[in-house]
Design a protein around this ligand. Structure first.
Ligand code: NAP
Ligand code: MG
Length: 510
């Protein structure tokens, strides 16, 4: 089993790698749509193919939903919400189902890890340790909330009905039918981030995975049925974003649309949602600053800054893609990060030694490469990387760009690949405006031993998350989401449950 050797090809083909026999079966199968508890063909009988980005080879074929199928799925979700066992279940019963789903995910950890690695490209060491375990954690964290979603009793003091007594309280109720659209960068984990709170809140769901990576969501659909969720509570309908996704966002009988993906598509979602003014939550792009002060523990900060951008090949909405380093430490940190980049084992995700796999698809490789070339054209210099690798597969070297300026496209726009721009600064008061000079506000990082400075920075960075002396730490209990154009609302923690429930006020005269 081989790794990339410079610009050369692989020494061995992915086909030789050992794969769980069940995973072989999942990839040989033709996947249908999960609608109303049944696996059904698309009405149009259209299908699409998903590929292995390490080789470009066909991985599996899936039914392709269009607006007709979305409508069927929404009707099924509506029926499941209004009638049938789901609304009659106690909150504890719902919580038990969600918990069981988490258990089932863990029981099938290895097959989910392999399926995700084959479909998305990310290293198997990461899918085993991060994507699949966090998915189970998320479901089990949210399972615990199902029977803890409460209203309040509220004392009234109505001045214009002197002497009258009231009993007033709030009910926390589900929103109804929720449409959810997710991207390809963490296909299984994003499914959990979305489904967990929706189900804990008592909603029903029409779920659209990304076409690049539909397989783990479809397999999860099977486990959802195996866990015992009533039919129609979760419907899984892969299909093209501009058709299936847009139809879901626009559907008049969908009560909420939750979207993760690009800021450009997020804006389209808002437009599509206006017809029935459905609720909208968005988790969008980022261009997150990662600030290293000269007093930082460099044994942590240098690998931390490298992992902030190179984890998941930079295909992370919160990736630390703008690295700011205090004068005096600039060369040490940038050369250190570049050295880490050069040492990274780039190869097929199924190889356990791989640290960075291929980008998800050829179009993403082209997109990232265009950015690197624009950086060079505008005068940036690569301390490491800066080269595409020969095919097959969609590989690019982890890249550190210096000699940048704040107006370059590579500094302003989300690249969504393993490319970091590095910028020196001289004082805390200089780096803050530079760090905040972006339309985005998702993640941010600070590396320092000075406690007061860490807290000052945490207050003054305009971002939904500030990581101090760490980066990309995610936990089911910790809210995540964007300031500015990085989104609306939060995922995870108990915050997200407010966005999948609504408050009804009940006022009774005694
Ligand atoms: P995208 O176009 O925003 O896709 C995200 C999801 O939205 C996919 O399921 C996609 O479906 C769907 N979609 C696309 N157009 C839609 C529309 N008009 N209405 C409803 N749904 C629609 O992202 P992408 O094309 O995969 O990646 C492009 C860029 O988006 C990336 O390079 C990156 O900058 C950003 N991105 C950000 C995140 C994040 O987590 N914040 C994640 C992924 C990508 P299909 O893909 O099946 O067509
Ligand atoms: Mg796409």
């Amino acid at each position: 089993m081989g790794h990339r050797t410079g610009m050369g090809g692989f020494m061995n083909a992915i086909a030789d790698l050992p794969v769980d026999p069940k995973v072989k079966e999942y990839t040989a199968r033709r996947w249908e749509l999960l609608i109303d508890g049944d696996w059904v063909k698309a009405k149009s009988e259209q299908t699409f193919q998903t590929h292995n980005p390490a080789t470009g080879e066909l991985l599996a074929e899936c039914a392709q939903a269009d607006e007709v199928d979305i409508d069927r799925a929404v009707r099924a979700a509506r029926r499941a919400f209004e009638t049938g066992p789901w609304p009659a279940m106690t909150a504890t019963e719902r919580g038990r189902l969600i918990w069981k789903l988490g258990d089932l995910v863990l029981e099938h950890l290895e097959e989910f890890a392999e399926l995700e690695t084959l479909d998305n490209g990310k290293p198997i060491s990461v899918t085993r340790a991060v994507d699949v375990p966090l998915t189970a954690e998320l479901f089990q964290y949210m399972a615990g909330w199902a029977n803890k979603l409460e209203g309040n009793t509220i004392p009234l003091s109505v001045p214009y009905t002197p002497g009258a007594m009231y009993h007033a309280y709030t009910l926390r109720e589900p929103l109804g039918v929720v449409g959810q659209i997710i991207p390809w960068n963490f296909p299984l984990l994003m499914a959990a981030w979305k489904l967990g709170p929706a189900l804990a809140g008592g909603n029903t769901v029409v779920f659209k995975p990304a076409e690049h990576t539909p397989l783990t969501a479809l397999r999860l659909g099977e486990l959802i049925m195996e866990a015992g969720f009533p039919k129609g509570v979760v419907n899984v309908v892969p299909g093209p974003g501009p058709i299936a996704g847009e139809a879901l966002a626009a559907h008049p009988d969908v009560d909420k649309i939750a979207f993760t993906g690009s800021t450009a598509v997020g804006k389209r979602i808002i437009g599509a949602a206006t017809g029935n003014l459905k609720k909208v939550t968005l988790e969008l792009g980022g261009k997150s600053p990662n600030v290293v002060f000269a007093d930082a523990d460099m044994d942590q900060a240098i690998p931390g800054a490298a992992s902030a951008i190179f984890f998941n090949h930079g295909q992370v909405c919160s990736a630390g893609s703008r690295l700011y380093v205090e004068d005096g430490a600039f060369d040490e940190v940038t050369e250190g990060v570049a050295e880490q980049a050069k040492q990274m084992k780039v190869g097929p995700g199924m190889d356990p030694a791989t640290e960075m796999g291929p980008l998800v698809a050829e179009e993403q490789l082209d997109r990232v490469w265009d950015y690197v070339e624009s950086g060079f054209a505008e005068g940036a210099r690569a301390l490491s990387g800066g080269r595409k690798m020969d095919g097959p597969g969609y590989f690019i070297e982890p890249t550190v760009l210096v000699d940048t300026n704040p107006n370059m496209k590579v500094v302003r726009e989300e690249i969504f690949g393993p490319v970091v721009t590095a910028h020196p600064f001289s004082r805390e008061n200089d780096v803050l405006p530079a760090a905040n000079d972006t339309i985005y506000g998702l993640g941010s990082g600070v590396w320092t031993k000075d406690l007061s400075r860490a807290h000052r920075m945490a207050e003054r960075l305009h971002a939904g998350t500030v990581w101090v002396n760490c980066y990309n730490v995610f936990d089911a209990a910790l809210p995540f989401g964007g300031y500015k154009q990085s989104g609306w609302g939060r995922e995870m923690g108990h915050e997200v449950l407010n966005l999948y429930t609504q408050i009804k006020s009940v006022c009774m005269r005694l």
